[in-house]
Design a protein around this ligand. Structure first.
Ligand code: 5GP
Length: 180
């Protein structure tokens, strides 16, 4: 797809993100006191959120990542999900906390939670930075939620369009600049 011109509008500023990450870390710390959770980030989108969140969590913990197939180069969910890169850590008997950047239809996260549940963790919870509930195709129970968003395509803070914009410090809405 050729590069287009886009208008980037800040939807959630870096300050709002920071405050929310601190709030989520407090909730998580309270629930996991005395435990040694395994945090599983979903690549690639959650890498920035994971880095900021874990630095607010003064808990003994381990970190792993899993890579799933996602939208590819389009902006709509295919509904087809598979594990592209698996976990390195056994999760049987572990307190697992999944860290996800965004839930839209819910198909990706539901697939992952079912996949992980079959491996018999002691507990399995979900922390999501942004939720777009208007397109839900399957119900998802989110234990720790940052923001509920309208149905807009967002980029920044780890989220991409065709691998671009992941490095933006704010969460932005992407609009086609048809006028240019
Ligand atoms: P779901 O399976 O819930 O429809 O989609 C989840 C995945 O779709 C996310 O992990 C993310 O990769 C992608 N996604 C959904 N909405 C957005 C969005 O607004 N912006 C970006 N960059 N990715 C999105």
């Amino acid at each position: 797809m050729p590069d287009k011109d886009y208008q980037l509008k800040v939807l959630i500023s870096r300050e709002e993100i920071k405050n929310t990450v601190v709030r989520l870390a407090k909730e998580i710390k309270k629930d996991y006191r005395g435990k040694q959770p395994l945090l599983i980030g979903i690549l690639k989108g959650s890498f920035v959120f994971m880095a900021d969140l874990t630095r607010q969590l003064d808990l003994p913990m381990e970190i792993d990542f899993i890579k799933l197939s996602s939208y590819g180069a389009a902006t709509k969910s295919s509904g087809k999900v598979k594990v592209v890169q698996g976990l390195k850590t056994p999760i049987k008997g572990r307190d697992v906390l999944v860290i996800e950047d965004i839930v839209d239809t819910g198909l990706t996260i539901s697939f992952l939670l079912n996949y992980l549940r079959r491996k018999k963790p002691a507990s399995l919870k979900l922390c999501v930075l942004t939720d777009k509930p208007s397109h839900r195709k399957t119900s998802v129970s989110i234990d720790y939620l940052g923001f509920t968003l309208p149905d807009k395509f967002i980029v920044g803070y780890g989220l991409d369009l065709n691998e671009k914009f992941r490095n933006l410090p704010d969460i932005c809405v992407l609009e086609d600049d048809e006028s240019s």
